[in-house]
Design a protein around this ligand. Structure first.
Ligand SMILES: [Zn+2]
Length: 126
């Protein structure tokens, strides 16, 4: 069985699944999350935080990020933009392809045909 949740506003003992106090309507869920977060912050030493962050930072450094600034609990990283030769060639050849089609279209002539009905009822195309 989970413990009962005591309202910080009026002291009413609420069943653990309640989101708000049954007596005064005080939000119980937010307070619980807040107090849990504060507890974790207090339990985490700077050394431990730094070690956790080191592991996370290493992942990003592998992906090309550089560390700009660093404290025990925070890190600022930046990934410099890079020129992609692959995309450059894909898009360049796409443009060249369109260019060829435009030239082909402009060079094309209208197609003219002549049709003639022959005395034997057949059609002749000239
Ligand atoms: Zn209450």
């Amino acid at each position: 069985m989970a413990e009962r949740v005591y309202c910080p506003n009026c002291g009413h003992s609420n069943s653990p699944h309640r989101v708000t106090c049954k007596e005064c309507g005080q939000n119980l869920k937010d307070l619980l999350i807040q107090s849990t977060a504060v507890t974790h912050e207090l339990e985490l030493s700077a050394q431990e935080a730094s070690a956790i962050l080191d592991r996370e930072v290493a992942k990003y450094v592998e992906r090309g990020f550089r560390v700009i600034s660093r404290t025990d609990a925070t890190a600022q990283l930046v990934k410099p933009k890079s020129f992609s030769m692959l995309w450059f060639f894909i898009l360049m050849f796409t443009l060249i392809g369109w260019g060829f089609y435009v030239v082909y279209y402009l060079a094309k002539k209208d197609e003219t045909i002549y049709l003639q009905v022959l005395p034997n009822r057949k059609i002749r195309r000239i």
